[in-house]
Design a protein. Sequence first.
Length: 411
Amino acid sequence: MTSVAIDDDLLTAEATADPYPLFARLREQDPVRWSARHRAWLLTRYDDVSAAFQNKALSNDRVRPLLAARRERGEPTREPTAADRVLELIGEWMVVSDPPAHTRLRRLAAGAFKGQRISAMGEQITALVDELVESFAGGDLISEIAYPLPATVIATMLGAPAADRDRFREWSDELALVAFGTGGDARAERHERALRGLREMDAYFRELIALRRREPAEDMLTALMAADGDSAAGDRLSDDELVSMCALLLFAGHETTTNSIANGVLALLRHPGQLARLRADPELIAPAVEELLRFDGPIKVLNRWVVAETEIRGRRISPGERVHLVLASANRDPEKFADPDTLDLARRPNPQIAFGKGIHACIGAQLARMETRIAVARIVERLPGLALAAEPRWKPSLASRSLEELRVEVR
């Protein structure tokens, strides 16, 4: 494996603050690159990333192999560590499984994510955003608006009491420490914290599931419990699968939506001409959000595990290796997007892949889009004097594109 001389470390301070110059160099000079630093192949061109979603040699079942490798390296009789237990729990999530298990889980979850159900949340989300925006007088827009909104929405959708939203936020943070490697904690401490959070969350969701079995309601959890009408056996999610689905909804729905809102607002503040364009034409919000997702979306990298030999642009990739699909780079590929480093809120066509593609496209993408559209639109409308108050700080994360804080002032 030979690679051209590029510092491909995605976690330097420079790359954390602005990874796009590095992505451009990789696309131009080494678009299918073996990175010794990350022990993975980096795919940075749109066509390669897009094709990878359909490549059966690249498995989405990427947690269980890590767990197996950990066990192989350890003593056969050793007790499972906190990291082992966290991986065991996350390994059951639909988002890290392949067909046929993924096909079954997604089919059973699909009813709860019907378009009508998500659309019906619009008024509630608007009311929540208005409440948050009305009380905002400046400061960190993430902690005051972008961060609390998704947790409240998810708690509402699952039929959990609104008073529990702070617990939802805490559990999401604990999961982010492991899944995205964010925060400054040592690795062992991160896993211990995540395991405590997962155990608390598991107990909470099991109580909520038992309640909904006794007292069904008009919420997503009740919908997730429904039997599959197309299955002769009336297949349905088990309690363990329901807990995993709730955990996935909480984590994926919170982290990505927070990032989408915060990154979108920052991009607008840094491009005042486009911000003025949106203020002058609020109906532009739908294509605007698609462009904001393309320009600086919530996820930088998705990981795949190689299960069969494959070849990409003449590079032979072998079983047991990892491939990083660099979504953030694909969405700035000049072979796919004209003037990709230019923010154009009316860009059409805009085949961005911020939420993945194919069978592994994010099942909650419609909800994330709606929350982002409503939040960005209301912030733009109701905070006309919004301006950056300090240089934004980014979290050093390989997988996510997430801000530590976004300090703004309301003039």
